[in-house]
Design a protein around this ligand. Structure first.
Ligand code: BEZ
Length: 236
């Protein structure tokens, strides 16, 4: 690496969420310590007063009750300043009606990060995409402040909020029931039991008669997990 070349670091899944103090639209926060014991979604957007970001913020804010019921706090970030954030959120509330969403109040904190300190700490600046704006990053951080999932989107692609909710529910379900979730899993679908290598041999798992399982091969067994069992995790 050239001496002048800047080294970009990114936290990884399984890492402790890097700590920082920041000014937000809801006052100063210490992250993640202010939210310990809760799930957290820390997400970035490229810029205030842009259309994709506006559609995303309206969607996040409109679905906040769902995140609350999943014991999950939302924290947004862009490299804009506080007064830009405040003006943009006021415009969203007072002027924008989009896909049935109107009068939308963003009550979760939006971090001002003009210095890009937090964005750099979390690898949200990806110079090949944009050197002066954050990409659309989504960090899922558990109650023990461990990063559990990271999703990145480019500037032009608005996030899928059904997927964001699905990931959060799947992580919580995996923790609560010691299972894994197969492709396209939704609450009520069969789950994978137990995750490879977690307990017992594959042969023992296939022979386990206590739980009704469907085995597709020695390494691939599923069992039922009722939707109600997944929904029990809400509001806990
Ligand atoms: C947008 O949110 O619309 C946007 C932001 C930065 C680049 C491209 C689109």
């Amino acid at each position: 690496m050239e001496a002048t070349e800047k080294k970009f670091t990114m936290p990884r899944i399984g890492d402790k969420a890097p700590a920082f103090e920041a000014v937000t639209t809801q006052g100063k926060i210490n992250f993640p310590s202010d939210y310990s014991g809760k799930w957290k979604i820390l997400f970035s957007h490229p810029a205030d007063f842009t259309p994709v970001c506006t559609s995303e913020f309206m969607t996040f804010a409109s679905r906040k009750a769902e995140f609350d019921s999943l014991n999950c706090e939302l924290v947004g970030l862009s490299v804009d300043g506080l007064y830009s954030h405040i003006a943009w959120l006021r415009t969203i509330k007072e002027k924008i009606e989009y896909k049935g969403m109107k009068d939308v109040e963003v009550t979760f904190p939006l971090i001002e990060d003009i210095t890009m300190e937090v964005a750099n700490l979390y690898g949200m600046i990806q110079p090949g995409e944009a050197a002066t704006q954050a990409v659309r990053a989504v960090f899922f951080i558990d109650p023990q402040d461990i990063i559990r999932t990271i999703i990145y989107y480019p500037l032009s692609l608005g996030r899928n909020f059904d997927e964001i909710v699905r990931v959060l529910i799947a992580l919580q379900t995996a923790d609560a029931y010691s299972i894994a979730t197969p492709a396209d899993w939704e609450p009520g679908d069969d789950v994978i039991v137990p995750p490879a290598g977690s307990c017992g041999t594959a042969k023992e798992r296939m022979e386990n008669k206590e739980e009704e399982q469907t085995c597709y091969d020695w390494f691939f067994c599923t069992k039922k997990l009722a939707k109600e069992k997944v929904e029990e995790l809400k509001n806990n």
